[in-house]
Design a binder for this molecule. Structure first.
Ligand SMILES: *Cc1c(COP(=O)(O)O)cnc(C)c1O
Length: 445
């Protein structure tokens, strides 16, 4: 089949009549608990374009939440998957193993931060990876407490709900939650109350003080951290903060678990967000962008830590499915061959130039932030009032949708518009999408 034409085209109202028909069908069959940002039903996708069932072609600034980094129909991934499904779809690695799983673990050992001896285990989803990282840390340390941060997002299973900060919609009504999870203040430069140039130190001291008094250092198995927070609103902590936390973990025998599920695999302009600061975590969780859209997740880390678990303690029926593994190998090959970290840095340059200019014209943009192709604007009331402005965020987001630009919101206060384009998108489509965003501000701000 021919590649998807890289052109925006809006030929009906969005969502169009066929999407609306499918939406009516959905309401009669899919649980209302599963939310959808934009009920446009997709038929094909690739490069930077989603083609819907009404023939509209939408510019993709979401990548299915940072998943289709190499594109939604990357030729290498498509070819590898087709070949693998012809050979075999599943054996269960815990029953009769296969080489593709090993090859993914070898790539993870080579690409993740640090050149120490590493081992990996593969899973199906990000939440499952985080949950297993905590299991591993508890076995290795013989301790039970886990420290996480304000605005954190680590998933929707019972243990990861406890790690996740935001109540509505992720936790509301779903308790009781797993125990021994403690929350520390996040180094959130835009909303930090203290001195702007001292956020890293002040936030670290708040973390260390709180853990000392409320948990006890000797009880901490792991500190679980997103080096750049995702769902919490693309919060980039100040330089140095992550290293302070890493040093604290080292000093007190706790493990640093970097949750790079959203930031990993070239998204932030390097292979992993920890790389920007030279921080080497003990364990790292990956998922989302790892496999060109197929479900795969991993925990990778120090061999002594990963091997502390008794045989049979880790696993799952589908974990490291061979089709997902070959997709990951093809996606990683693409990232290396096409130097996608550099592409993410070029996207950062293009975006931040235009977003900063926009922020000069509209004081409702309180902050422009992010790294690589993981960028966001935070909406406030304006005129010096930094109160979150979720209403305007929603209006701008919906304006973009109507014009055929897929954008996503985020943030504890629902006041962040985030941009996660596939790295396979052209500059022309990026600029056209940003033109739409500018017009949304002219109309609504
Ligand atoms: C998406 C995400 C998760 C959860 O991944 P799922 O595959 O949805 O379970 C965990 N951590 C971070 C940082 C994420 O962005």
């Amino acid at each position: 089949m021919a590649a998807v034409e890289q052109q925006r085209r809006v030929v009906t109202a969005i969502p169009g009549p066929r999407s609306q028909e499918l939406q009516a069908r959905r309401l009669a069959t899919v649980s209302a608990g599963v939310g959808t940002g934009l009920p446009v039903y997709v038929e094909r996708a690739g490069g930077g374009i989603l083609v819907d069932v009404d023939g509209n072609q939408l510019i993709d600034f979401g990548s299915g939440i940072a998943v289709t980094t190499v594109g939604a129909s990357n030729p290498r991934v498509v070819e590898a998957v087709q070949r693998q499904v012809r050979d075999f779809t599943h054996t269960c690695f815990m029953v009769t193993p296969y080489e593709e799983y090993l090859a993914v673990c070898e790539k993870l050992a080579r690409l993740t931060p640090g050149d120490h001896d590493k081992r990996s285990a593969l899973f199906n989803s990000g939440a499952e990876a985080v949950e297993n990282a905590v299991k591993i840390a508890r076995v290795y340390t013989g301790r039970s407490a886990v420290v996480t941060f304000d605005h954190a997002y680590h998933g929707r299973t019972n243990l990861t709900m406890a790690l996740t900060a935001k109540s509505m919609p992720y936790k509301q009504g779903f308790g009781p939650f797993a125990g021994e999870v403690y929350r520390a203040p996040m180094a959130y430069p835009y909303r930090w109350r203290g001195a702007a140039d001292d956020v890293a130190r002040e936030a670290f001291e708040a973390f260390a003080g709180q853990v000392h008094t409320q948990v006890g250092e000797q009880n901490v198995a792991a500190v679980v951290i997103e080096p750049i927070q995702g769902e919490g609103g693309f919060i980039v902590p100040p330089a140095g903060w992550l290293q302070l936390i890493a040093d604290w973990c080292h000093k007190h025998g706790a493990l640093l678990v970097a949750d790079e599920i959203q930031t990993g695999f070239c998204r932030t302009g390097d292979w992993f967000a920890c790389d920007h600061e030279g921080v080497v975590p003990d364990l790292i969780t990956t998922a989302k962008g790892i496999a060109g859209g197929l479900p795969l997740a991993a925990v990778t880390g120090r061999a002594d830590v990963m091997n502390a678990v008794h045989p049979g303690g880790l696993g799952g029926t589908f974990g490291g499915n061979p089709v997902a593994c070959v997709a990951a190998l093809a996606a990683i090959e693409t990232m290396e061959a096409e130097d996608l970290p550099a592409r993410a840095r070029a996207i950062e340059e293009l975006f931040t130039t235009r977003l900063r200019r926009l922020a000069e014209s509209f004081d409702v943009i309180g902050d422009v932030r992010g790294r690589g192709a993981m960028l966001a604007i935070e909406f406030v009331r304006g005129g010096g009032d930094t109160t979150p402005n979720p209403e305007l965020t929603a209006a701008v987001n919906q304006h973009c949708h109507r014009e055929g630009l897929v954008t996503l919101t985020a943030g504890t206060y629902g006041n962040v518009l985030r941009f996660l384009p596939p790295l396979s998108i052209s500059d022309d489509l990026l600029n056209e999408g940003l033109d739409i965003l500018e017009r949304a501000f002219v109309t609504h701000a």
